[in-house]
Design a protein around this ligand. Structure first.
Ligand SMILES: Nc1ncnc2c1ncn2[C@@H]1O[C@H](COP(=O)(O)OP(=O)(O)OP(=O)(O)O)[C@@H](O)[C@H]1O
Length: 243
């Protein structure tokens, strides 16, 4: 059964310009179910741009991106959201929704906008919040939360989305030490359940402990892609961040 071996995401020779400036050149890699992959590179290396490309927010100049075997351009927003969940780096001040309502928005790709959440779904959302140790925030207003608390709520929303590919932009930013530890334990559990985690990080030493595989971006392309034991060697870390 070829389907079972197909990569969850395949990026083939992707190049991208922003404002007529070349940002990425001939980037190729694939992501499989059950993998936890870190994306590393110096400031401005193109990590966020690469994430925006695979999320379908921007189109590549050339190259192809496939998700679950289908070209990204053939997906509707809703169909895409059933396969990729995204936790952005920034925390935008939104309307003063309650935390539980923000988390329930994770189910929107499967429902119409005006759907009323079943009690089973509300219970599920509460369980996700508890899993992230923020059950006490359930009925707080999102706009009143701290940056780290908002980050955890956005992760809860992404988990309720139940997409097999979780894309996280610097997920540990703003989290205290305990929340970071719990986050990585949870991400490991999710990969064991078959989820694929693709996350940027600025902490190569931490990445060496928590990720299985690392993709290093430098000079607009991939410097190294492999198991953290080799991709995050002292030599390559030094090379990656040199000026
Ligand atoms: N909208 C834009 N228009 C023009 N250039 C952009 C735009 N967004 C990003 N860039 C440029 O593209 C390059 C890659 O930016 P990107 O945000 O992808 O880097 P990054 O690796 O995520 O950086 P950081 O670690 O600082 O978050 C940078 O040189 C940046 O200045």
């Amino acid at each position: 059964m070829e389907e079972q071996h197909a990569a969850l995401m395949q990026v083939q020779a992707v190049s991208c310009d922003l404002e007529h400036i070349s940002v990425l050149r001939e980037v190729s890699f694939s992501l499989q179910k059950g993998e936890m992959v870190g994306l590393l590179g110096a400031n401005g290396a193109g990590k966020t741009t690469l994430m925006r490309l695979i999320l379908g927010f921007i189109r590549p100049l050339s190259g192809e991106i496939f998700l679950a075997g289908q070209h990204l351009k053939h997906y509707s927003r809703r169909a895409l959201a059933q396969l990729i969940a995204y936790v952005p780096q920034g925390h935008y001040a939104m309307f003063p929704y309650r935390v539980i309502d923000v988390v329930l928005m994770g189910n929107l790709p499967r429902e119409s906008f005006w759907y009323s959440a079943s009690s089973a779904l509300v219970e599920e959302a509460q369980l996700v919040l508890e899993k992230l140790s923020i059950g006490d925030l359930t009925y707080r207003r999102y706009t009143t939360l701290s940056g780290g608390q908002r980050q955890s709520v956005l992760l809860a929303r992404a988990l309720l989305q139940k997409a097999p590919l979780l894309v996280l932009d610097e997920p540990e930013t703003g989290l205290d030490y305990g929340q970071q530890q719990r986050l990585y334990i949870l991400l490991r559990q999710l990969t064991a359940e078959g989820y694929c985690i693709f996350a940027t990080t600025h902490d190569p030493l931490r990445a060496r402990q928590v990720f299985q595989r690392a993709i290093l971006l430098q000079n607009k392309t991939i410097l190294c892609d492999g198991p953290v034991s080799t991709a995050l060697s002292d030599r390559l870390i030094e090379k990656l961040y040199q000026r």
